[in-house]
Design a protein around this ligand. Structure first.
Ligand SMILES: [Zn+2]
Length: 102
């Protein structure tokens, strides 16, 4: 049984996510991208956007893979275990004492 795992912003996005999943061994089916050229002024909704479908057996893994790449890049601050200084997450080494963030 197929389950819809992802609603793409456009066919490029759909192809990108499909490539990611297939490179991880998850077979995917894209539905809706054929409608793209003819959809005119239709708003992008779950019905008109390209959607990615996977076998229900692969669903959980596919979701995890997609969430991995779609997660916004965050740089949480971290507190240095060596000196207690709070460092910006963009840095992996304490500016104060040089301790490397694990
Ligand atoms: Zn430190």
């Amino acid at each position: 049984m197929l389950k819809r795992v992802y609603v793409a912003a456009d066919p490029v996005d759909a192809g990108f996510v499909r490539g990611l999943l297939e490179s991880s061994g998850v077979s995917t089916l894209i539905k809706g991208d054929m409608l793209w050229g003819g959809r005119g002024e239709l708003p992008v909704t779950d019905d008109t956007a390209p959607t990615l479908w996977v076998s229900s057996n692969d669903y959980a893994r596919a979701r995890a893979l997609i969430e991995e790449i779609k997660r916004p890049v965050e740089h949480p601050q971290w507190k240095c275990p060596g000196c207690g200084e709070v460092n910006d997450g963009a840095f992996h080494q304490c500016w104060q004492c040089g301790t490397v963030c694990a």
